[in-house]
Design a protein around this ligand. Structure first.
Ligand code: ATR
Length: 269
């Protein structure tokens, strides 16, 4: 019997996850199906329940349902608990396991694909919403010299940093507070790119050889354009998307697919 998986979101039509998981399945010889399902904004839990009742084995969850997926799970991994959000569900006889593979996806893309070890580096994380919160603990686990969280609403960044203060050298504040500081790895987890906007970064925030990373993918963003003008390396979030999928696939199937050929395939398309 073919095991069934799905990604739930709203909107979901342009999701690349079905193509990614189809390629992982082909590569590893796993017999599974994976489809994108649009859940109504007020009907996420019902949609998941119906999918599970129909024989679903697991699911990915994307915007805007990750917090609801966290509530739906009856067991959660430590990283899902820390993120306060779940992007991967596994259904089994004892219930629903919730995991969050976004943070490890980012770290694997930065270190594995882009070749930037995070230990000892000065990292700037921009944003304090769900996308930022999901990656704080996985970043701190790589032992950076410093993790600064900057947000338009400074208080949200301060709160986020305070929550993880016991886990590593993390601080939070507004963009003004960054004046005079430089970072080796700068990660844009804000929604600014979606609106074609740029977080208000001070000039000279990039060290020589810095890596600028935008979690958005599929188009150039004002942040990556700024980084290139400053002489920094620029990377979009396509690798993170594929890496978080690989981690979910490994949780479900017990085998880890190779990601590089899938990233290359998506870039070509
Ligand atoms: P997500 O779950 O995608 O992180 P969110 O919780 O709505 O979405 O958070 C969006 C983030 O992008 C926030 O950090 C937001 O800053 P505020 O907390 O001040 O609202 C940030 N953001 C959105 N538009 C921005 C812009 N034009 N410049 C800078 N930051 C922006």
């Amino acid at each position: 019997m073919t095991d069934r998986y799905a990604v739930f979101g709203h909107p979901i039509a342009h999701s690349k996850s079905p193509a990614i998981h189809a390629e992982f399945a082909r590569q590893t010889g796993q017999d599974l199906s994976y489809v994108a399902l649009l859940a109504p904004l007020d009907g996420f839990a019902e949609c998941v329940a119906a999918f599970r009742a129909g024989g679903g084995a697991g699911a990915n969850v994307t915007v805007p349902f990750k917090e609801q997926a966290h509530a739906l799970a009856d067991r959660r991994s430590e990283r899902a608990e820390a993120a306060g959000a779940v992007n991967t569900l596994r259904f089994d006889a004892v219930g629903i396991l919730g995991d969050n593979t976004d943070g490890v996806g980012l770290v694997n893309d930065l270190e594995g694909n882009l070749g930037v070890p995070l230990a000892g580096r000065r990292i700037l994380l921009m944003g304090a919403g769900g996308a930022a919160r999901g990656v704080v603990l996985p970043l701190l686990e790589r032992c950076p010299a410093r993790l600064a969280i900057a947000n338009r609403t400074a208080a949200r960044a301060e709160e986020l940093a305070a929550r993880f203060a016991s886990r590593g050298p993390v601080t939070g504040g507004g963009y003004d507070a960054l004046k005079g500081e430089r970072f080796d790895v700068l990660i844009n987890a804000t929604a600014a790119s979606l609106a074609g906007e740029l977080p208000p970064l001070p000039a000279e925030v990039f060290t020589d050889g810095a890596l600028a990373y935008d979690m958005m993918y599929g188009r150039d963003t004002p942040f990556l354009a700024l980084a290139r003008r400053a002489g920094a390396r620029a990377a979009d979030g396509l690798g993170m998307l594929v890496e978080q999928a690989a981690e979910a696939f490994a949780l479900w199937r017990g085998v880890r697919p190779r990601t590089a050929p899938v990233i290359a395939m998506l870039r070509e398309a």
